[in-house]
Design a protein around this ligand. Structure first.
Ligand code: ZN
Ligand code: ZN
Ligand code: ZN
Length: 148
């Protein structure tokens, strides 16, 4: 148990260093919480968990710096609330390569990265330049299917 935690912290420490971010305990804590759940996590939900230790402004700054550095990516849930999930390792500063479909559950509003479902190539009309493409699949997650 302790070993596992130390291992993880070591990886996160490296991840922060690689991205030129100072290793601080709030940053490590946020990474730990984002990876803890299978689904993406919103800032309000993160606040509920870490709010006692990390104030709102700091949390906001941590999340925006992580997003900018390509450590996490943002997905909007069905209420338009931003949720955060870890990026693939080939995301770099200001350049995300998370080319996968996201799944949002219409009952519990959980957001999942479907890393194995890649986005289709699309052709735009002339004079349009593509910066990003997002596809959200909406339906029932495994947990909600069990309960219904
Ligand atoms: Zn990314
Ligand atoms: Zn669900
Ligand atoms: Zn994702």
């Amino acid at each position: 148990m302790t070993n596992e935690k130390t291992e993880k912290n070591k990886d996160f420490t490296e991840l922060l260093r690689e991205n030129g971010l100072k290793v601080t305990s709030p940053r490590l804590r946020v990474l730990e919480e984002i990876t803890h759940k299978e689904a993406a996590i919103s800032q309000p939900d993160l606040e509920k968990i870490v709010g006692k230790d990390i104030d709102r402004v700091t949390l906001y700054r941590i999340l925006s710096s992580f997003e900018e550095k390509g450590i996490v990516h943002k997905i909007f849930d069905l209420n338009g609330t931003a949720t955060y999930a870890m990026c693939s390792s080939n995301c770099t500063e200001n350049h995300h390569h998370d080319q996968h479909v996201h799944f949002i559950c219409s009952i519990c509003n959980s957001v999942y990265c479907l890393n194995e479902v890649s986005l289709p190539k699309i052709t735009l009309p002339p004079h349009f330049a593509l910066h990003s493409l997002a596809i959200n699949a909406v339906g029932l997650c495994a947990n909600c299917q069990k309960e219904n």
